[in-house]
Design a protein around this ligand. Sequence first.
Ligand SMILES: *Cc1c(COP(=O)(O)O)cnc(C)c1O
Length: 394
Amino acid sequence: MKSYHADERGYYGEFGGAFIPEMLYPNCEELRQNYLNIMAEPSFQEEFHQLLKDYVGRPTPLYLAKRLSEKYHTKIYLKREDLCHTGAHKVNNTIGQILMAKKLGKNRIIAETGAGQHGVATATVCALMGIQCVVYMGEIDIARQAPNVARMKMLGAEVRPATSGSKTLKDATNEAIRDWINNPVDTHYIIGSVVGPHPYPDMVARFQSVISEEIKQQLKAIEGRENPDYVVACVGGGSNAAGIFYHYLDVPEVGIIAVEAAGKGIDSGESAATSALGKVGIIHGSKTLLMQTQDGQITEPYSISAGLDYPGVGPMHAHLYASGRGEFISITDEDAMQAGLELSKLEGIIPAIETSHALAIFEERKFNPDDVVVVNLSGRGDKDLQNYIDYFKL
Ligand SMILES: *Cc1c(COP(=O)(O)O)cnc(C)c1O
């Protein structure tokens, strides 16, 4: 049977792989040779699941959103990743990777961050384990995301500004890669989404797959069946989406819906809708769909939501798009903001603006009254309050 999971070389169809400079090869190779064995160790599984339970607060609820369901005449469940410690799904991955780093004998962690959410999730687990943490962040992002910079510092991390290029996420990533090349023995690089060279996309997807593992059990208990009709998630790099899709990838009767940020509109020149606008290219060590100029230079993405503002998409999602297994919908800033306000008023849940994109599909696309649709509520909106205030003049 055709599988939508990574093969042993880290390919999803034609996408994925490890396109890395020779000097980075030993680091990735060490990880590649060990990650599956380490993850299979009972001691690893035990510690991972213990921390997910007692520290992160898992399992997160699967909540039937009654008023939202009534409005859109279908059965909508929300997977409450917003209730995870630190307020989003990202910590599922950083918990997994810090344990991986410890098993590999590493005593120093580096990470890249854009909006600061992954930086905070990384600094959190480093504090938990008493491990040194350096987070690279573009100089412009440091200025824009002051509260998250303060959080990282409180948690004991060092935040190093990336001062080259556009001084944003991709420059921070370049700095992190440079650091890793210079510190191959003692340092582990925690990548924050299902992007980067093999084995990162597969490893991160496996850590996040706890989301769909729980949904299967929860839905079985509530609805008497493991499979919903649809799973829905927003896609920046694609980790919360990979988590909710994971156990349904090879179950064709479950529809997979990926929601990208259209920004000010797909044709506006200010967008982050990678599947619609991207072409095949290589970014951060992976062959995938990528927004680029005719000369192959990466173009700056735009979205009102900092977490969806990424010029590429993980190779799993590039393959879901190219193969037609996934349905891709792009949502503008305006429609996302309205959906965020609507969820707040209908259900008493203020979502992250990233998540609001996923919620906006109900205005775009009709479902049947007896469809069971599970939306990944990837994060809470506290971090976005100022954005909501400015937008709606609250
Ligand atoms: C970072 C973030 C995203 C986007 O990242 P993915 O890797 O695509 O999941 C989505 N939602 C929230 C709340 C985030 O913090």
